[in-house]
Design a protein around this ligand. Sequence first.
Ligand SMILES: Cc1cc2nc3c(=O)[nH]c(=O)nc-3n(C[C@H](O)[C@H](O)[C@H](O)COP(=O)(O)OP(=O)(O)OC[C@H]3O[C@@H](n4cnc5c(N)ncnc54)[C@H](O)[C@@H]3O)c2cc1C
Length: 286
Amino acid sequence: MYPRPFDYMRADSVEQALDLRSESGGRFLAGGHSILPMMKLRMAAPDALVDIGRIDQLRGISANGGFTIGALTTHTMVASEGSDGFPAALSEAAGMIGDPQVRNRGTVGGNVAHADPASDLPTVFSALGATMTAVSKGGSRDIAAADFFTGLFETALNDDEILTQITVGSEAGNRGSAYAKLFNPASRYAVVGACAVVDLDDDGRCTACTVAVGGLTPKATVLGSVADAVVGQPVTEESTENAARAALDEVGDQVMGDVYAGAEYRRDLLPIFVARALTAAASRAG
Ligand SMILES: Cc1cc2nc3c(=O)[nH]c(=O)nc-3n(C[C@H](O)[C@H](O)[C@H](O)COP(=O)(O)OP(=O)(O)OC[C@H]3O[C@@H](n4cnc5c(N)ncnc54)[C@H](O)[C@@H]3O)c2cc1C
């Protein structure tokens, strides 16, 4: 359980972090709650870690019509964000991550850059249609969440880029969102997680809906069939059940099993958690 020897270096700015990384060929260290366990298990063995944890400009949440969340913002900060319009599902999911120690050290940027299929935030950012901003020495680019998560522990970030912030829209008017998961009782990682964002009209009919799932697929996945099943009608027990069945059909054989839970069990859980997220999101939208 000891990592291979590595160099440690600390960056005080984004520019310095990019320089140190390109010189050392190492990896960034943010909260350390994913990279360090990987190194101890020898699943990762970088020559160097570039500590970005003290770059204050990357920490915090600002409102600007929507919300911009710095990459170094901790899960605790997101869970306790109380601004009007801050997406409820995001605070909810951040508050369900791990334990207080993990939430106090772990960062939003590290969580999405690591792209663990059992993590909560990729699912939520996918449902919210978030935008990730990556900076390199050549400039910056915005990446839609739908394009950011590319596979199991894989993202669209290039080796010469650092993730600096994530932007989400405001949850105004008749919009509501919710996250529901079954967690592993030891780690609290998602066995199955579902996030729903629902818009209702004044008569309670659903006008738009996005549902993403995680924990059971190689990457967070938006399920278009769920929207087809509920848009144009009230979110009732019947429409929710139809939507949950559609979710199951759409994920099909993408469902993965692992040592914690088999694929069949996860398939059984999926409709339950999609229905829970949808129902809770609709009740917040009304
Ligand atoms: C016991 C335990 C329980 C946990 N339970 C949960 C859970 O229930 N749900 C959940 O979602 N997560 C869970 N986690 C993971 C936790 O959320 C981690 O904090 C998170 O996945 C990684 O964030 P970090 O800041 O610790 O990143 P680090 O471990 O420092 O880095 C992770 C990876 O991202 C890269 N990286 C970090 N920041 C950036 C950046 N700004 N730009 C580019 N690359 C970057 C690093 O180089 C590294 O490859 C748990 C972790 C532990 C140890």
